[in-house]
Design a binder for this molecule. Structure first.
Ligand SMILES: Cc1ncc(COP(=O)(O)O)c(C=O)c1O
Length: 360
C-alpha cells in the first residue's frame, strides 16, 4: 500500500552507514577511545542525580550546559562568548536541521561545496529547501573565487562550508569563509565537526564581524562522545534566538544535559585522545602512501584513499579481513575513493595489514 508520503520525499533513501559491531569499525569517523572508568563514574553519578528530578521537564534553555560549552569555545578560540551566543541540541545534525528550519524552507536555496557531508543536502530536502551542490576543485580544495562566485550566482539563504571537510579532510582558509560572509545576504554555516584535529583557526574568530555567521561543532568526534548525541553552535545572540523558534520544547533531555556537563568537566582528559588519534591518522597516511596509493591531505581524524577501479571490491575484501571502512565511491565527485578513520594502534595496524594484503 502506498502511503501519502510527501511528494519530494518519494524515492529518497534514509542516510546511514552499515553498523557491524563484530568488525573493526573505521567507517563513521568516531573516536576509537572509550571513556575512562573515572568519566564513566562521573557520568553515572551526574545522570543518577538528574534522575531524581525526572518527573520535571529539563531546563528548556540548557543554560548550564551552554555556559560550559561557551567557556570551552572561549578557551580554545580566545573569543569571549556568552551563553546567549551558544546553542546546543541532540548532535550537530539536529543543530543543522534547526538551521535549515529557521533559515531555509520553501522558495529558499542552500548551497554546499561538494563532495562534502551528505547530511547537508538531506537536511535541506527534509525542510523543502532547494539544494545546489557546487563542485570543489579536482584536489577537493575550495578557492575564494569559486566560493564567492557561487554565492553571487545562487544567492543562498544558507551556505554550508565544512572545514576540515568530510569526507575529504581538506581545510578551507578563514579568508575564504570571510569572503563568503561578505558576499552573502544569507546565513553562512561553517561546520567544524572535526576542528580539534586540525591546525586552522576557528571561524568563531570571525563571529564579531559577521552577524550572519554560524559555527557548528560536536562532542561526537574529538570529545569521543558519539553516543552522547550532543552538538552545538556559536553565533550572534540574534541567530540563537531565531533557532529557538523552531526547536522542540525540552529537546535536550535532563540526562543528556547532565552527561554532557560531566564529560565537559573532563575536557582535558577527553581531548587528550586527539593527539593519539592524529598520530594514528598520520601513521595511516604514511602506510597507505607506502603501498603506492594516493591519500588526500587531511586535517581530520579520517582520510580519503584511492582511487580504485573497483572500490566496492576493495571495501568487501577489507570487510572480509574484519575491517569496516566507508565506500563513498557512488557520491558525486568521489568515484573510486574510500574513506577510513584513524583507530587505536591495533586497529590502525589491522587496517594497514588488510589493505596491504588486498592490493598485493
Ligand atoms: C561534517 C559533519 N558535520 C556534522 C556531523 C554530525 O555529527 P553529530 O550529529 O554526531 O554531532 C558529522 C558526522 O559525521 C559530520 O561529518
Amino acid at each position: 500500500m502506498a502511503l501519502p508520503v510527501r511528494d519530494d520525499l518519494v524515492g529518497k533513501v534514509p542516510y546511514g552507514a552499515p553498523q557491524l559491531p563484530e568488525a573493526i569499525q573505521l567507517n563513521v569517523n568516531e573516536n576509537p577511545y572509550p571513556p575512562s572508568e573515572a568519566l564513566v563514574a562521573d557520568i553515572a553519578a551526574a545522570v543518577g542525580e538528574a534522575a531524581r528530578r525526572l518527573h520535571r521537564y529539563p531546563d528548556r534553555d540548557a543554560v548550564a550546559l551552554r555556559t560550559d560549552l561557551a567557556a570551552y569555545l572561549t578557551r580554545v578560540t580566545g573569543v569571549p562568548l556568552g551563553v546567549e551566543q551558544v546553542w546546543a541540541a541532540n548532535g550537530s545534525n539536529e543543530v543543522l536541521q534547526q538551521v535549515c528550519q529557521a533559515f531555509g524552507g520553501p522558495g529558499r536555496t542552500a548551497i554546499g561545496f561538494e563532495p562534502s557531508y551528505a547530511m547537508h543536502p538531506l537536511l535541506a530536502a527534509a525542510t523543502s529547501t532547494r539544494w545546489v551542490g557546487v563542485p570543489r576543485a579536482q584536489d577537493f580544495s575550495l578557492s575564494l573565487d569559486v566560493a564567492v562566485a557561487a554565492v553571487r550566482e545562487h544567492r543562498p539563504a544558507i551556505t554550508f562550508v565544512t572545514t576540515p571537510n568530510n569526507p575529504t579532510g581538506t581545510v578551507t582558509l578563514l579568508e575564504v569563509v570571510a569572503a563568503v560572509c561578505e558576499a552573502s545576504a544569507g546565513m553562512v554555516l561553517v561546520d567544524e565537526a572535526y576542528a580539534e584535529f586540525g591546525t586552522s583557526a576557528s571561524a568563531v574568530t570571525l563571529l564579531a564581524e559577521h552577524p550572519r555567521l554560524l559555527v557548528s561543532r560536536t562532542m561526537s568526534k574529538a570529545f569521543a562522545g558519539a553516543g552522547l548525541r550532543l552538538g552545538y553552535l556559536a553565533a550572534s545572540a540574534e541567530a540563537v534566538d531565531a533557532l529557538q523558534l523552531v526547536r522542540l520544547p525540552y529537546h535536550l533531555s535532563a540526562l543528556t544535559q547532565a552527561a554532557a556537563r560531566a564529560a565537559l568537566a573532563r575536557t582535558d582528559e577527553l581531548l587528550g585522545t586527539v593527539e593519539a588519534v592524529k598520530g594514528q591518522r598520520d601513521r595511516m597516511v604514511a602506510g597507505i602512501r607506502g603501498l603506492g596509493l594516493p591519500v588526500v591531505p587531511t586535517e581530520a581524524n579520517f582520510l580519503l584513499f584511492g582511487p580504485f577501479d573497483s572500490p566496492g571490491r576493495v571495501w568487501q575484501q577489507l570487510l572480509d579481513a574484519g575491517v569496516l571502512v566507508r565506500d563513498l565511491s557512488s557520491a558525486p565527485g568521489l568515484a573510486g575513493w574510500l574513506r577510513v578513520n584513524a583507530g587505536t594502534p591495533d586497529e590502525t595496524g589491522a587496517f594497514l595489514d588488510a589493505l596491504a594484503a588486498v592490493i598485493r
